[in-house]
Design a binder for this molecule. Structure first.
Ligand SMILES: *Cc1c(COP(=O)(O)O)cnc(C)c1O
Length: 360
């Protein structure tokens, strides 16, 4: 068996220790004689897994008591609709910040349910930066403000949390949650698909302040109603049990590493050395403004696009997988989530230097 360093943007690499533990527990979870995949979600064994996972998640992010944590399905994409359905609460409008591909998708879905004010857009920059904090002005009557703290495709990340005053702030944290501590109290809703930085695909986590739940748009399905799901402990119907379990193993792994302060230090160091390698050469370049660069997704281009193919082939041969950039950006993209070890980033940088020497 040999594992590669996998730079996929999602589904993304998982910690090897977590996969090994899941393997060891695969056929017989702690003497139950069955796999977690085969258990009733309402039985004692799975309930203990679910409760532990939520407790560990809350501890890692210091989630205050007046927030509910929901373990749902449908991906972040379903929350693009779930957010307006749950948060409009009788208001006709919502504010959105447009910083790239995922913002745009959220906006397109929200437009089905309300008037969307795009209060800031960086489209004229080709989505290579975030708006300046002091350039943001929100609508008095907005039900909420939605933004995408980390744009996974463009590699653009907010280094600040927008100040929306009393208007609830909603964040699609699919590709940045758990990468560092966050002050949950600044947010009304945070949601994230699991397959970047939490666990396997199929699970979506929603953190919601409890005074915001209870009033939904007419026609909202019960499974998309935050109140119904909160009241049922996210078990209104069969939850994605195995993904929930694996996410729980990831939370234990994070706690074992020292929690999110330690993770933040490691992530910052990994990103800093990769950007330094890109900036330190005339051969590679980053399309993203220096104050808007993502810790998690690092797009970069080669001086000559004709070298993209040999670069990717050589990378593959060196055990560095899934570096091809998104088709809308081109070039390369290295996703370096929590589970990408620092040695993976070091190996990528070494390969980049070697490739430049041969072709630069
Ligand atoms: C991947 C991603 C999504 C889409 O997630 P799904 O779970 O596939 O719906 C949405 N937003 C961001 C920021 C993402 O990175």
């Amino acid at each position: 068996m040999s594992r590669v360093f996998n730079f996929s943007a999602g589904p993304a690499t998982l910690p090897e220790a977590v996969l090994q533990r899941a393997r060891d527990e695969m056929l017989d979870w702690r003497g139950t004689g069955m796999s977690v995949m085969e258990m009733s979600h309402r039985g004692k064994a799975f309930m203990s897994i679910a409760v532990q996972a939520e407790a560990d998640f809350r501890e890692l992010l210091a989630v205050p008591d007046n927030y509910r944590v929901l373990f749902l399905q449908g991906g972040a994409s379903l929350q693009f609709a779930g957010v307006p359905m749950n948060l409009l609460r009788g208001k006709p409008t919502a504010d959105y910040i447009n910083t790239g591909a995922w913002s745009k998708k959220a906006i397109a879905q929200a437009k089905k349910y309300c008037d969307v004010n795009v209060v800031a857009s960086t489209e004229d920059s080709g989505f290579t930066r975030v708006p300046a904090a002091d350039s943001l002005a929100f609508s008095d009557d907005a039900a909420y403000v939605h933004y995408t703290p980390n744009e996974t495709i463009g590699g653009v990340e907010f280094q600040y949390v927008p100040d929306t005053g009393d208007i609830p702030l909603v964040a699609d944290m699919s590709s940045t949650i758990l990468s560092r501590p966050i002050d949950i109290a600044k947010f009304g809703v945070i949601y994230a698909g699991a397959q970047k930085n939490i666990g396997p695909a199929g699970l979506t986590i929603v953190i919601v302040r409890d005074d915001l739940i209870g009033e939904v748009l007419p026609g909202t399905p019960d499974v998309m109603n935050y109140k119904s799901q909160a009241d049922a402990d996210s078990m209104l119907n069969t939850p994605p049990t195995y993904s929930w379990y694996l996410a729980g193993l990831v939370f234990q792994w994070l706690k074992h590493l020292g929690g999110l302060n330690s993770m933040a230090e490691i992530n910052q160091r990994k990103a800093a050395k990769l950007y330094a390698a890109i900036d330190g050469s005339d051969f590679y370049s980053s399309p993203v403004a220096a104050d808007s660069r993502s810790w998690m997704n690092v797009p970069f281009t080669l001086a000559d696009p004709a070298l993209d193919k040999p670069f990717l082939e050589g990378a593959e041969a060196a055990g560095l997988a899934t570096l091809k950039g998104h088709r809308s950006v081109g070039g390369m993209r290295a996703s370096i989530y929590n589970a990408m070890p620092e040695e993976g980033v070091d190996a990528l940088i070494a390969y980049m230097k070697e490739f430049e020497q041969q072709h630069g």
